[in-house]
Design a binder for this molecule. Structure first.
Ligand code: PBG
Length: 323
């Protein structure tokens, strides 16, 4: 019983029909905008490969966050650029660090915008790795206490969610223990559970000034060839107490998003990273793609694969189109 009885085109004939049978929707409340915060006032330093994205001081950051809130964007994800870097990244847990000050300002001015903080040492260490070094290698266990301290400091400032992205083994448990010991049993952990060693982070490292001075991150981030391993990472993080998990990057890893979606019941976030954003902009600038449509199609694909939350530099533009 196929053609001519079955004609799938019948339901595609008009936009109202297509709308009626549409399977995937994106709500602005599911989008999260990453922000890069540094010291000073009135500072706005554009990032070359990320049109419209800038490092800003807290006052300028508030303007971007307010624009996001006005468009119904669900939350922001904060990255800090410290004044001074050192071997252990001590500014990561400074009470007056850029992220801590940004969180306080956001919770004061825009209490309904969810504030997520990226918990990692790479922006704060002078060598640019996500953990402390011992004999030229990233020392997993010595790093745990430091990222836990950073997470507690973010939570004390008022962060709604902390999101560890360092890919050290055992960090979720270490952070959970530290938060609970600090009387913050209610602070959720969104774990970057399946984070790949990806070339698509290139523009971000300019934005966050976090390029490793030597070597790369392949000793702790995942091999792009592995998908089963992502399920293992997710299972371990959930065991350790993660409240939600993330797959990153998003677009080139839709299969991983779909597999994690099927394997878990917790909220799943996907991070459309800087390189994915830059590629769409670069092609649009040359007139090779319709940038707005590429933006919406890429986000729809990430939702269709199973992501509940999408972290994207397009958050404001996409939300504006969804209204
Ligand atoms: C590490 C971190 C990175 C990104 C988010 N958190 C970069 C890295 O691991 O090198 C990448 C985000 C992006 O490319 O947009 N703290």
């Amino acid at each position: 019983m196929a053609f001519p009885i079955h004609r799938p085109r019948r339901l595609r004939r008009t936009e109202p029909l297509r709308r009626l049978v549409r399977e995937t929707h994106i709500a602005p409340a599911q989008l999260v905008l990453p922000l890069f915060v540094r010291g000073g006032t009135n500072v706005r330093r554009p990032i070359d490969a990320m049109p419209g994205v800038a490092q800003t001081s807290v006052d300028e950051m508030l303007r971007d966050a307010e624009r996001a809130a006005t468009h119904g964007v669900g939350g922001v994800l904060l990255f800090g650029i410290p004044e001074h870097k050192d071997a252990t990244g001590t500014e990561a847990w400074a009470d007056d660090g850029p992220v801590q000050r940004a969180v306080r300002a956001l919770k004061r001015d825009l209490p309904d915008l969810v504030v997520i903080t990226d918990v990692c040492l790479c922006e704060y260490t002078d060598h640019g790795h996500c953990g402390v070094l011992a004999n030229g290698d990233v020392d997993n266990d010595a790093t745990l206490e430091l990222v836990a301290r950073e997470a507690v400091s973010h939570a004390r400032a008022g962060a709604d969610i902390v999101a560890p992205s360092d890919m050290m083994d055992g960090r979720v448990a270490a952070i959970r223990r530290a938060l609970d010991a600090d009387g913050r049993a209610h602070t959720p952990i969104l774990s970057y559970a399946a984070k790949y060693a990806s070339v698509f982070y290139g523009p971000f490292r300019e934005a966050a000034e976090s390029t490793p001075r030597s070597g790369d991150r392949r000793g702790y981030q995942m091999d792009p060839s592995n998908a089963r391993e992502a399920l293992h990472e997710v299972a371990l993080d959930l065991d350790e107490g993660a409240d939600a998990v993330m797959v990153k990057p998003a677009g080139p890893y839709l299969d991983v998003i779909a597999r994690v979606r099927r394997a878990t019941r917790v909220p799943l976030a996907a991070y459309q990273v800087s390189g994915e954003f830059a590629m769409i902009h670069a092609a649009a600038e040359r007139g090779w793609l319709d940038g707005d449509r590429a933006m919406m199609e890429s986000l729809t694909a990430i939702r269709r694969a199973g992501a509940d939350i999408i972290i994207t530099y397009f958050a404001i533009d996409a939300a504006a189109r969804l209204r």
